[in-house]
Design a protein around this ligand. Sequence first.
Ligand code: CP
Length: 468
Amino acid sequence: MSLINKNLVTMDDLSNGEIMALFSLADDMSANMKEQYGLCQGKIMASLFFEPSTRTRLSFEAAMHRLGGSVITASDVGASSLAKGESISDTARIIGSYADIVVIRHPWEGAAKVVADYAGIPVINAGDGGHQHPTQTLLDLYTIIKERHDIKGLKIALWGDLKYGRTTHSLIFALARFGADILFCPSHGLEVPEHIINKLVTEYGGEVDRLDNSNDIDKDNLFPVDAIYTTPNSPHQLAMMPDISIQVELRKGVDALYVTRPQKERFAAGEESEDLKADYPIVNKKLLRDKVFQKTMVMHPLPRVDELAYDIDADQRSMYFKQAARGVPVRMALVAALLGVKDAPIPDVASPAPVEYPSYRQDISPVCPNPRCVSIQATETKYLKPEFKIVNQQPLTLRCVYCEHGFEPKFVASADWHEHRRETKKYHSAESHWAKDIKPENLIAFNTEEEARAHGFKPSHFTGGYHQ
Ligand code: CP
């Protein structure tokens, strides 16, 4: 296995074959736990948890102890020099000189990528804001494979807070890559962000079909499904049917119900309303009595709040404590592989090729509109430049390389300065025909006209009706 010195920041960092190799290693390690002691002797893991954690932190630390390594830890921003205004990059450089591997959890989306860019040692993302939580996804996939032997062709329902739930964001991409169909069952107002749907469709094939819940076709509908992703290999029996047939198809059951709690710590002002509390779907004994759920695994990354009743804990379908327990061997395998102390052959498993997009790297740049993105935080803007991928030309769509939020800038210009004459620096509507002729390497984008003018650009005749 060639995972030595790699980082795990998002699920894009692992191929399907590498994931399966890690699972073989995790199998070996859990079967022979005592024999692993000493593999990481002399190695140090820095465990940096700047958000609360029980499972991820303690299972990583337990994993390192079981491998015979040591752990240094910081678990409170207030007790580290980040509280004095130190940047994440400086912190990463310092930790990189003290430890052999870093595990980081941070509330800013993209923070783990910054640590990976500066630490010079392998970095594992243990959750960066609402962005991704790839090691949770590893143990979720591991659990599905342990219980069902394969992921391909399964129907997995994602339930609850799909807007801020980072575990679901990582899991969506992984399920699609392994060929599962996904049912999106969000609590009202907490639907999957559009940039995730866009990436899912453009990079993993398949299609997302929205359901019209306004018809209320099936009064007994147990699933608050608002969209379905079907893989390119599916017979599309779900996607091709009208809503009523989808409900009939769903009555055949789903293989897993992946429940998440409302991520209140990330809610914007006003999002935590009484309505949301009342609407949040609850999984309990009564719900699981329906024959739709007869063979359904109930999964949850934990911690739970009110969305998962204690009355199903002893039910054989409940997987959440097994999931958490499997975090130790899976994380042992990952740490050992990244440190290069253990190898495993990579099986020949199909994996979609990564999509290469042109980079946006102009000195003049819009800022990422995501308020939780690391790239816009005051301590980080001194050295981090906004950086984007141009993921679509029409409509022009940029994706932040840190938090992966996508957005559509409203105005554009060319760095080619119109025959190199600065006096003809003009900006145009991103929807104008002229905008489509700008080569990616010359593209300058603005979110607002004010931004364009601040950089000395004047409106052209193609600014969407605006004329000076
Ligand atoms: N699943 C998970 O990330 O749990 P913790 O927040 O306790 O680490």
